[in-house]
Design a protein around this ligand. Structure first.
Ligand code: FAD
Length: 317
């Protein structure tokens, strides 16, 4: 079922979450068993992230370095199939511009359609860690709005080559990313919103936000998005802080601020266990306030570790 249908079938706030494919060499069984407790809260959908290739350097006996491209977390499509099979809920694969040309994107969408996926989160992706800036593949997409256009084109029976035009129409519901604290490359919020609107104008039907720790930032973002003439649902992304490392890693990686009252509590913590307790309590308060204003869904960034999300959902749902 489409995410938009899940959202319009109820006026209650839904529970949903995102997982990462396991590192290459680790088992899917552990991941699926790990998220099983979260089924208690009836998630109508689970997102599965996509991880593009990274470059590693292999040293040869003659001292030369060989640059090798490798994917550390492959398996997004397979995990989606496994989730739908095991839990009978929708799985939403993330699909990137980065690392794909248009032909590969088209073929990936055909695979997703054939396994029964109804929704896709369309993203640009970032540059590989060893590269400074995002560079599209030759004949690939530069921005997420172009990817949205291709997916919506297939929904209208438009394939890349003329001979397949007027063929089978897919029917994907397309989601896109939004940034309450602005995307880090955008020179201003107004600029960022202009391109968020472009994604929606091209056919995106819902927005999932980057994580935020200050609800006021989400409320102001929603207000500005509406002022910009964007009317699709905006699903807030929630991430409980669970380790000492995340206190500095999350702001650095995702370009966001931790509010002072949260930092005051986190600074008193000496261990991961103490941080997790503070992080869970903060997220519970955030979620309770968001439920009060009837956000469409609370979408948890679990990073494939379910225990903190479980503890929060138990208090909120
Ligand atoms: P875009 O919407 O293309 O925007 C990128 C930047 O370009 C923005 O600054 C925007 O303002 C600007 N821009 C957009 N269009 C134009 C245009 N036409 N002309 C000029 N400027 C433009 N990354 C992964 O690798 N895998 C994942 O699974 C993944 N999942 C995510 C899920 C969510 C909910 C979120 C919020 C992010 C996720 N990301 C993921 C990270 C995402 O790929 C990065 O944040 C990336 O840098 C931007 O992606 P986007 O789709 O928002 O890009």
């Amino acid at each position: 079922m489409k995410i938009t249908e899940h959202l319009s079938n109820t006026d209650k706030t839904l529970f949903s979450f995102e997982i990462l494919p396991p590192l290459k060499g680790q088992s899917l069984k552990d991941l699926l068993e790990g998220i099983e407790p979260l089924m208690e809260f009836n998630p109508p959908f689970v997102d599965v992230t996509y991880h593009r290739e990274e470059f590693i350097y292999k040293k040869h006996p003659n001292g030369l370095l060989e640059k090798i491209s490798t994917k550390k977390r492959p398996g997004t499509v397979g995990i989606c199939a496994a989730i739908m099979n095991k839990f009978h809920i929708d799985a939403v694969p993330h699909l990137l511009c980065g690392g794909f040309n248009k032909e590969e994107t088209e073929n990936a969408l055909i695979d997703l359609n054939f396994i029964g996926v109804d929704n896709v989160l369309a993203l640009r992706g970032d540059a590989p860690k060893t590269e400074g800036k995002f560079i599209p593949e030759q004949d690939g997409h530069h921005y997420a709005c172009e990817l949205v256009e291709q997916i919506v084109g297939m929904n209208n029976g438009k394939y890349l080559h003329e001979e397949t035009e007027n063929s089978f129409h897919t029917d994907f519901c397309v989601g896109v990313a939004g940034y309450p604290e602005k995307h880090f490359e955008a020179p201003s919020m107004k600029f960022d919103l202009k391109y968020l609107k472009e994604k929606v104008d091209k056919g995106a039907e819902y927005i999932v936000t980057q994580m935020f720790f200050d609800n006021q930032k989400y409320f102001e973002f929603v207000e500005k998005v509406r002022e910009a003439g964007i009317n699709v649902p905006i699903i807030p992304g929630i991430k409980p802080i669970t380790t000492v490392n995340q206190i500095t890693m999350l702001p650095r990686t995702f370009f966001l601020d931790l509010p002072d009252p949260l930092m005051d509590e986190l600074e008193k913590c000496k261990t991961n266990a103490e941080v997790k307790e503070v992080g869970i309590e903060w997220a519970i308060q955030q979620c309770k306030e968001l439920v009060k204003v009837k956000v469409p869904s609370l979408h948890f960034y679990t990073m494939s570790k379910a225990s903190a999300t479980y503890a929060i959902a138990k208090e909120v749902f």
